[in-house]
Design a protein around this ligand. Structure first.
Ligand code: RP5
Length: 168
């Protein structure tokens, strides 16, 4: 299931259901909490690093390959003037979940506003700043896929019950 960062070709051949793209390798610590949740929900995933500003061609190649491979949901994490999720939403019709990262002197306010304030017609589902947002991105992706997959739906309900018992 797991697609740990740094093994691009293998992950893309694996046709991940959920593709996570980061604006920089410096964003990697923010998404660490996603892996266990995505595994728990039984979702295959890949992780790539592609800056919308510095590597737009690489970003386009990743999205094209993922769409051909059957990726259903894209997640993007970026900081500062975080255009990555919005640019990805312009390149695909699949759902895009954006995670604002608190990098730089504005501590994530810049990224939050950059990600949430999309123009009409090009949505990005924006979650909380930082690692809580990353975990919620995994939960939101699972809830979306649970609409058509009973196993994922059962895993989501199991997690909700655990939270209700006081789990975190
Ligand atoms: C954004 O700028 C990245 O997503 C990162 O959060 C921030 C700083 O990037 P680096 O200079 O660390 O590569 O594009």
């Amino acid at each position: 299931m797991a697609g740990k960062p740094g093994k691009t070709t293998r992950k893309l051949q694996n046709k991940p259901q959920v593709m996570v793209v980061l604006g920089s390798k410096s964003d990697l610590p923010v998404i660490e909490g996603m892996y266990a949740l995505l595994d728990r929900f039984g979702l295959s995933y890949g992780v790539e690093i592609a800056s919308a500003h510095r590597q737009p061609q690489k970003l386009k190649r990743i999205i094209t390959a993922c769409e051909k491979g059957g990726t259903e949901i894209f997640v993007a994490a970026a900081g500062m003037a975080a255009h990555l999720p919005g640019v990805m939403a312009s390149m695909t019709g699949k759902p895009v979940i954006g995670i604002p990262v608190a990098s730089g002197p504005l501590m994530g306010i810049d990224a939050l506003l950059s990600i949430v304030q999309m123009p009409p017609g090009v949505p990005v589902a924006t979650v909380a700043v930082g690692s809580a947002g990353a975990r919620n991105a995994a939960c939101l992706a699972a809830r979306m896929l649970a609409l058509k997959d009973a196993k994922v739906a059962a895993a989501v309900e199991d997690y909700r019950k655990e939270l209700a018992r006081g789990g975190r």
